[in-house]
Ligand binder design. Sequence first.
Ligand code: ATP
Length: 209
Amino acid sequence: MISTKDITFSYHKDHIFHMPDVFCQAGNTLLVTGNSGKGKTTYLHILAGLLKPASGQVTIDNIDVTKLSEQKTDAFRGKNIGVVFQKSHFIASLTVLENLEMVSWLATGKKHTKRAKNLLEKLDVLDQATKLVSQLSVGQQQRVSIARALMNKPKVLLADEPTSSLDDKNAEKVIDLLENLAKEYQAALLIVTHDSRIKQRFTNQITMV
Ligand SMILES: Nc1ncnc2c1ncn2[C@@H]1O[C@H](COP(=O)(O)OP(=O)(O)OP(=O)(O)O)[C@@H](O)[C@H]1O
């Protein structure tokens, strides 16, 4: 479960973002929509603990993440929050499988190879496991990104424009996967998007204005 209260943030003192409160239960999906430049990615980074808000609370399973030190935030994110970034950042010299194992190893000291392979299979990219991520198509990379975000069985799954570079068929596939896997892992799924194809599917939405 993730919820926020009265979050404000500013990159420069002349503009303050007042973020809408969000609430999303385990296994449920919430869309955060809004036009370009309204602060959706900024909000996702606050929810992931990558940016510190000026004020307000981000509560994940009764812990206010904004109150944690930088080091504790990193550890908390590793164990509890999966992020599918708008542009995937993989370790270029590692294979698809190794990238997943690395995420697990950093959080737990174990590679959890079986879990990584299982996720790649679910996302239909197990046959790509020994390739470098740069050798995959955009759609395949997006699916590996989802697998990586789920590696540590997060309580919260955050996805930033997960369908922006996908055609209709692959966009639908990715959204199905995100929704089904979030349910299966009982993660609260929060998707930041202005993709009308996604907006048609989910009633639980808040809009940033
Ligand atoms: N690192 C930064 N430093 C300063 N300003 C920034 C930074 N990142 C984003 N901004 C500004 O903050 C505003 C919100 O950006 P953000 O990327 O959060 O919007 P968005 O709603 O996700 O947009 P889009 O839908 O186009 O991705 C924009 O005006 C942007 O220029």
